[in-house]
Design a protein around this ligand. Structure first.
Ligand SMILES: [Zn+2]
Length: 142
């Protein structure tokens, strides 16, 4: 974001992005619950922070709502991070073809997010990133 003197680093959350789960794009939920205002999303273009609103209309668990929009939660219980299916497929391909490790892949995403090293993101919430990649086919049953 341009602050008048230079481009200042900002997050999608700071720019006001809120992701409403459980409803079609650009629809609000009458029973929404602000689930997390600093939710971390690992995507193929970097690591982002967004605010998410959980839908409570039908009593669907938060992790299932995340899976339905293509985000694999780090944990089914009160998730604070998720990886998109796209980044999991990307990692799976690189792992199979280039033998890249989960650690190296996540480190590359960290550099892609902030290459200065001044404000590194927290440790990867997916230590066994490869294990998640192996399990990502299971989202189809949700
Ligand atoms: Zn709702």
């Amino acid at each position: 974001m341009w602050n008048g003197l230079f481009f200042q680093r900002t997050t999608l959350c700071d720019q006001g992005l809120r992701v409403q789960l459980g409803h079609a794009y650009n629809r609000s939920c009458p029973t929404k619950l602000a689930a997390n205002t600093n939710f971390r999303v690992i995507h193929s273009n970097g690591i982002h922070h967004v605010a998410i609103d959980q839908c409570r209309c039908h009593g669907v668990d938060l992790y299932k709502q995340l899976l339905r929009i293509g985000w694999w939660p780090a944990t089914p219980l009160d998730p604070k991070s998720a990886a998109t299916f796209e980044v999991l497929r990307h990692f799976h391909t690189l792992n199979l073809q280039g033998k890249i490790t989960g650690y190296s892949f996540y480190q590359a995403l960290e550099y892609q997010t902030d290459n200065t090293g001044l404000d590194p993101p927290p440790v990867c919430p997916f230590p066994p990133l490869l294990g998640i990649s192996c399990a990502d086919h299971e989202y189809r049953i949700v």
